[in-house]
Design a protein around this ligand. Sequence first.
Ligand code: ATP
Length: 320
Amino acid sequence: MIRRIGILTSGGDSPGMNAAIRAVTRTALSNGIEVVGIKDGYRGLYEGNFMSMKKTDVSDILDRGGTKLGSARLKEFKDVKVQEKCVENLKKSGIDAIVVIGGDGSYRGALALTKLGINCIGLPGTIDNDIPGTDYTIGFDTALNTVVEAVDKLRDTSSSHHRCSVVEVMGNHCGDLALWAGISCGAEIVVTPETGYDEVEILEKLMYLDRNVNKNHAIVIISEKMTHVEDLANKISNHTGFSGRATVLGHIQRGGSPTPFDRVLASRMGEKAVDLLMAGVGGHCVGILENKIISMPIEEALSTLKTSRKQLYRLFDRLV
Ligand code: ATP
């Protein structure tokens, strides 16, 4: 029987984290369980930076990006002594279980705490959509909307000047943002960790589009860290008929008011987390698979590869 749960957000923030905080808080309170907000992820857990959460403490946050609780990275949390100090803090404050909203690193922390006797449930909060065990992460849809809006605008100006826009989007280990945006915006080329980077192939394709297809603009969407986009844009100017221009969307992709999809997803996942904790489950993460909210052991999720995107890459190729 749990009487008091904690909630924290960890790793990079994402739009919709607040909706999840609200759903966890209100679902728990409506079941007679007290809620404690833990500030700044595992750092707040270590420092005992806790705040009691009432129903009104989560008013007016549903439509806000970022996270009301703050987020942080605490490398030292991998040390079992640090984890034990956190468990001590939790016990002193009467917190029986925790909901952790974050990425796979945060999941590993949640698993470690569960093994030390504090049941934890992980919710996937990141714009990159790179967490296994779920089709969508909280924040992906909002970030995708931001990217699509930006690329649509770039296309307007590119077609007036016979330009090729090279747009760098987030997604260090996962190309979903680039791929989904590529399909949504009718990009000519997407470059992601899954496709790999082949500069000669990109330049040849653009030359072909310029000479043989008579395109008056082109869009290349590229995941971060694949290459230096300014260099690529210069090479496009030097070797193809297009004038290359690079745009790095950067952190604007992390902000903004969450879309209704992300708000509903976060709310459904937050409710599920509390249901699991009330049923005595720990060490699980929540996901959405084929539009059903599910949970699975964190260890299982972390050992599964994210479902292949082959069909979407094939679709992209067919539509260019
Ligand atoms: P993002 O997707 O935004 O990077 P993340 O949750 O994967 O989110 P990380 O920086 O990897 O971000 O992890 C967040 C925090 O989780 C770390 O600062 C650390 O406190 C904790 N953490 C990460 N890996 C582990 C681990 N192996 N064991 C225990 N705790 C961990």
